[in-house]
Design a protein around this ligand. Structure first.
Ligand SMILES: [Zn+2]
Length: 294
């Protein structure tokens, strides 16, 4: 059996452009990154995150498949430090690279509740790089009749992870906590109390500065012709598909191990194509023996 362990980890990676970007160790603003498709062997490393929040699973996955230098995995800490929009853009491209560019999803019309299919070309959903991306921003937020000068950064993966648990039962509280994590100062004061109107104003400003983070799709209902917008959350889509791919992989390993008596390690080391070929052979053999039996 051919071992793939010696293949350079990023030999099959493609170069991608981050819509936002990050400041590197030398203080330069960078937008270039590389992605390799996820592999069956990644399932083992991702297994400890299986039942955690999607944002955490996304950090673990990007940590393996993302490279900032084109040859080494960036690691989950780097993935956590990227803005939410950069992570969403990376996940869309990672899914396109690994599974295919077409995503079929079912949505429900908010007016008449009719279900409809939505077919998307993932790379069409990528926004062009933002003009004025920076590590921190200063914006004036008007709350009532008071103007506040707010210095903040954009929410990143670590922020998403930090508020994921709270977001399940208290969305407003989670938004408040997320904004508080991102504010450096208000009117020059550090760690200030942030009022609800400032939180709301800042959340809007942040969404405008990182539009890839919340991708709204326009749809029209074929039944009642209502036009509406629906949110595409790449993190959830990719994490769901990854879980399904992992379950399928376990089924495949089980079948190949019981048929050929190979170890799990040997089976995971096979290329996807070879593994599929062996599975097809097993199915053909079953089909053949069933025909002979009848
Ligand atoms: Zn409708």
């Amino acid at each position: 059996m051919r071992q793939r362990r010696n293949m350079p980890a990023f030999a099959d990676a493609v170069a991608v452009t981050l819509p936002g970007g990050y400041r590197d160790a030398a203080g330069e603003w960078q937008r270039r990154a590389w992605l390799r498709p996820w592999r069956p062997a990644d399932a083992e490393e991702l297994a400890p995150f299986e039942r955690t929040f999607p944002a955490r699973q996304a950090s673990a996955l990007l940590g393996l498949c993302l490279s900032l230098d084109g040859s080494h995995a960036a690691g989950s800490e780097v993935a956590r430090a990227l803005s939410v929009g950069d992570r969403e853009a990376l996940l869309l491209q990672l899914r396109s690279l690994t599974v295919g560019n077409k995503l079929s999803t079912v949505i429900r019309c908010p007016s008449c509740a009719e279900k409809m299919d939505l077919d998307l070309a993932l790379t069409d959903l990528l926004l062009p790089p933002y003009d004025a991306a920076q590590p921190t921003y200063v914006h004036e937020i008007v709350a009532g009749d008071v103007r506040h000068e707010v210095r903040f950064r954009l929410p990143n993966g670590a922020d998403q992870e930090a508020v994921a648990e709270r977001a399940q039962h208290d969305l407003a509280g989670a938004v408040q906590a997320l904004v508080e994590r991102c504010v450096e100062s208000i009117d020059g004061e550090h760690a200030p109390q942030i009022s609800a109107p400032v939180v709301a104003g800042l959340a809007d400003v942040m969404a405008g500065l990182d539009p890839q983070a919340e991708l709204m799709l326009s749809a029209e209902c074929p039944a009642c012709q209502a036009a509406f917008e629906t949110l595409l959350d790449a993190t959830s889509v990719v994490v769901r598909e990854l879980e399904e791919a992992r379950r399928q992989l376990y089924r495949d390993v089980h079948l190949l191990a019981s048929h050929y008596h190979w170890s799990e390690e040997q089976i995971l080391a096979l290329s996807d194509r070879k593994r599929q070929l062996y599975l097809e052979l097993i199915h053909a053999e079953w089909h053949h023996s069933r025909r002979q039996a009848s």
